[in-house]
Ligand binder design. Structure first.
Ligand code: FAD
Length: 502
């Protein structure tokens, strides 16, 4: 399985770009800004705002003299349940200290006080009220405009080249061809392939599928973090900080049934089980008011989003459901963002640097995008001496006329029902059979951009299902009801390539 769309680049206008950065979250913007500072002309391709913009809690870093990067490392390792890659984790906690200075010099103004989040042994989470991501995104974007970095609004469709990246196709109403010497995928995670998700729709995980079609390896795809408190039937996330300040999780009788401050995955599973019994679950924020906290002042973004959707948290509890939140796995890369394909780099949530292991510690992901975006830019600066531009043309002739027998919503339902918070062999196999059945005749599908996207999301889902089936144990965020314990022989990363799981 390789190319999907119907095209012939020798009949298309062509432009040449030395570095194309696909995605405009913290990973992509940091890479592009650093490249520009190094004198390289990057071009950003993006289909819009991603998860970075919606991040609430903050960014973790050991900046306080009483804290230390080593403590940060130990906390992250504890959450990662034996799977954190020490080499990259050391880089994260050490270089994070330097990169936070870049964020500040690029214009992010953090609040004076920091917060303590679940799993951290020190209050090292730097925030801007409850809209840290928006503040970071706005500052970086302003810098992109100031430095006049070219931005193309469009959607990546195909990666072209044999063994090395030679070009890409993107779509902005029509199909375009770009010759590129290097490509950075900074396209975010894939949690939106689940029915309930905190992710915005622009982040769909389809670029991971495009990479899979180029035979790239995806690592640890089974590890999907579920957030316990997302407002039912929306993607509005109510940050942990709200529980930290005293909100209760209650059932329809108003009774508490779980310690709200337990780790994220335990709270999420407790809520999930309640919902499975046919009960309802709510987040009651009124205890904060009793403690003298003004919800609108302390959590302005959450409060406003709730009011806009017709909820009044000052008067009544808000219905919630646990939702897929963060894709821990991703395209396997080294500590400089290099994948196994020459000229192809990956950064941020779509990449797997191994820092999170089997569970992500809160607020480590923004730091990951920042630190590894910076390193990737430096690597590319040097690699450009070796990455030659190509004169090759590419074509793909396909004449399929069928529509796929399923939709994106079917995938989301399948993943939620069979690969959600509690997984089990029979149910995972059933889902895999179903998905493989849907994919069987893909060669006959009409080669449209919509069908390309569905195919690529399906391949990412295939990776997650296959690895979840392979991992016959429970570790970190991956919970198998039939193996509810860790098994030493699985204390290793999973690796998925099309047609094989290792
Ligand atoms: C509600 C919410 C709250 C969060 N809170 C925190 C927090 O407090 N702290 C923390 O550390 N993390 C938090 N996270 C996680 C964090 O936001 C993400 O892990 C991080 O922002 C990912 O950054 P990124 O650059 O990899 O991707 P994103 O910011 O998701 O950006 C992806 C980009 O890729 C583009 N894209 C995708 N596919 C294509 C394509 N085919 N063609 C072109 N462009 C494409 C998108 O348009 C977007 O610009 C939160 C996540 C959510 C959803």
């Amino acid at each position: 399985m390789e190319l999907f769309l119907n095209f012939n680049t020798s009949l298309m206008p062509c432009e040449e770009v030395s570095v194309l950065v696909c995605g405009s979250g913290i990973g992509g913007l940091t890479t592009a800004l650093m490249l520009k500072e190094l004198g390289v002309e990057p071009v950003i391709l993006t289909r819009g705002i991603g998860n970075t913009y919606y991040s609430q809690g903050g960014i973790a870093c050991a900046l306080d003299p009483k804290d230390s990067p080593y403590l940060h490392l130990l906390d992250t390792q504890r959450a990662g349940r034996g799977l954190c890659r020490e080499e990259t984790l050391r880089i994260l906690v050490d270089e994070g200290v330097q990169r936070m200075a870049d964020l500040i010099r690029w214009g992010v103004v953090f609040d004076e006080e920091t917060t303590l989040e679940g799993g951290h042994s020190f209050p090292r989470v730097y925030k801007v009220k409850d809209y840290t991501g928006r503040a970071i995104y706005t500052a970086l974007w302003r810098k992109v405009e100031e430095l006049k970095i070219r931005v193309i609004r469009g959607e990546l469709q195909e990666i072209l080249g044999d063994g090395k990246v030679e070009g890409i196709l993107y779509y902005d109403g029509e199909l375009h061809f770009l010759r590129v010497r290097s490509l950075v995928l900074a396209t975010g995670g894939a949690a939106s392939m689940f029915l309930h998700t905190s992710n915005p729709v622009k982040v769909r995980g389809d670029a991971i599928g495009i990479a899979l079609r180029k035979t790239l390896e995806v690592e640890n795809a089974e590890f999907v973090q579920f957030h316990p408190t997302v407002v039912k039937d929306t993607n509005i996330l109510i940050s942990e900080a709200v529980r930290g300040e005293g909100a209760y999780i209650v059932d329809e009788r108003g009774e508490r049934f779980v310690d709200e401050l337990k780790p994220r995955d335990e709270v999420a599973r407790a809520i999930y089980r309640k919902l499975k019994e046919g009960r309802q679950v709510f987040l009651d924020m009124r205890p904060l008011i009793k403690r003298g906290i003004n919800l609108g002042d302390r959590f302005p973004t959450i409060y406003q989003m709730l009011r806009e959707r017709g909820f009044d948290p000052e008067r009544e509890p808000v219905p919630i459901t646990p939702s897929a939140h963060y894709f821990i796995g991703g395209i396997r890369v080294d500590s400089y963002g290099r994948s196994s394909m020459e000229g192809l780099y990956a950064v941020g949530e779509c990449a797997c640097t191994g820092i999170h292991g089997a569970n992500r510690l809160a607020s480590n992901s923004l730091l990951e995008g920042l630190v590894f975006g910076y390193r990737t830019a430096y690597r590319i600066f040097h690699d450009l001496a070796y990455l030659k531009s190509s004169r090759a043309n590419f074509k793909n002739k396909r004449e399929g006329s069928e529509e796929p027998p399923y939709s994106f919503e079917d995938i989301r339902r399948l993943m939620w029902n069979h690969c959600g918070l509690e997984r089990e062999e029979g149910s995972l196999k059933e889902a895999l059979d179903k998905l493989r059945g849907w994919l069987e005749g893909w060669q006959n599908w009409k080669p449209t951009v919509e069908n390309r996207q569905l195919l690529d999301i399906s391949l990412t889902a295939l990776a997650t299902l296959s690895c979840a089936l392979w991992r016959r144990e429970s570790r970190g965020v991956h919970y198998r009801a039939d193996y509810p314990y860790e098994r030493e022989e699985y204390r290793r990363d999973s690796l998925f390539k099309l047609n094989s799981v290792l």
